[in-house]
Design a protein around this ligand. Structure first.
Ligand code: SF4
Length: 315
């Protein structure tokens, strides 16, 4: 039976939301390419959404951060993809979107971790104060206590955003609270999806990879999936030919800026930054910082607030 026939209910549900099969398959092609898989995987990726075989329970924790990564995922590039992601995942605990509050919320977290020990995926947003634990408390427990309780019992811990991956802005110098990313704070291995915010397609790609292949994607030495963080921004940048020809913007608003010249001399950190912004883009593939004329700030690199500043000066 054709996949579309087999999953007729799913496609009818999509159509009721105003999403054509063509749009959906276009999204699946985009996602498959982002994951670095060949076009032959597109029907299999579509199948993960249309007929999810397993729905891994997810416990989503918030620590020291701005919730920008959650906002990015929930307001992702297609208004309907957030619902699809929520359909393939069993979000058992998420402080931003759950209805429970107070003691009931604490109980939900306790039950989720106890009932799904060894099976749930823990997604963490935000970093942890390790010097003064009282800087971050929820329900009378410090962030560190909560992370120590929850993360080691997960099947995998995915750090979304630079804060949970590497410490982010809470860990910027002088870092009086001793903030650290989750891997460093707990001494465990985490899958890191840094970015400020993380492009939602990289979270979706990681989860779909897990559901499709039964394992997490291949990682670099900083725990980042190679499909998304395997190349520098510079190596994928559409302004690269201007860099090679030494055609640089030296002042914002100049004639060279209007001509789309290279932003290296106004502070672009693309040569030092590993991410797929140039191909994944943001807001439905509309644009990304360099396309909009803004230099890359290196937001997916460790300690970027300290090592990539001043942002508007040449490296
Ligand atoms: S704009 Fe930045 S990333 Fe693009 S070519 Fe110039 S230095 Fe490289």
């Amino acid at each position: 039976m054709e996949p579309m026939e087999k999953n007729r209910d799913f496609y009818e549900k999509l159509e009721k939301k105003g999403v054509s099969r063509r749009d959906f398959m276009k999204y699946c092609s985009f996602l498959t390419a982002t994951m670095g898989l060949s076009a032959s995987y597109v029907p299999k990726v579509a199948e993960v959404f249309a007929a999810p075989k397993q729905r891994p329970p997810v416990v989503w924790l918030h620590f020291g951060e701005c919730t920008g990564c959650t906002e990015g995922v929930l307001r992702s590039m297609y208004p309907w993809i957030d619902e699809l992601v929520l359909d393939i995942l069993d979000i058992t605990y998420h402080e931003t979107i759950m209805a429970a509050a107070g003691h009931q919320a604490e109980e939900n977290l306790h039950n989720a971790v106890k009932n799904h020990a060894g099976k749930f995926i823990c997604v963490v947003e935000g970093s942890i104060p390790t010097k003064y634990e009282q800087y971050g408390m929820i329900g009378g427990r410090s962030f560190l206590e909560i992370a120590r309780d929850v993360c080691p019992r997960a099947a995998a811990t995915i750090c979304i955003g630079t804060c949970s991956a590497f410490g982010g802005i809470p860990a910027a110098s002088p870092n009086p609270g001793g903030y650290k990313g989750i891997g460093d704070a707990l001494g465990i291995k985490t899958l890191n999806l840094p970015g400020c915010p993380t492009n939602p397609v990289n979270l979706v790609g990681t989860v779909v990879n897990y559901l499709l292949m039964g394992k997490l994607p291949a990682l670099d030495n900083l725990g980042r999936p190679l499909f998304a963080y395997g190349k520098t921004i510079h190596d994928q940048c559409p302004r690269r030919s201007h860099f090679e020809n030494e055609e640089f913007v030296e002042e914002f608003g100049s004639e060279e800026a209007k001509l789309g010249y290279c932003l290296y001399k106004v502070g672009c950190k693309g040569p030092e930054t590993y991410n797929n912004c140039a191909v994944a883009k943001f807001h439905g593939g509309t644009s990304w910082p360099i396309q909009a004329g803004h230099p890359c700030m290196g937001c997916s690199e460790p300690n970027f607030w300290d090592t990539m500043t001043p942002f508007y000066e040449e490296m």
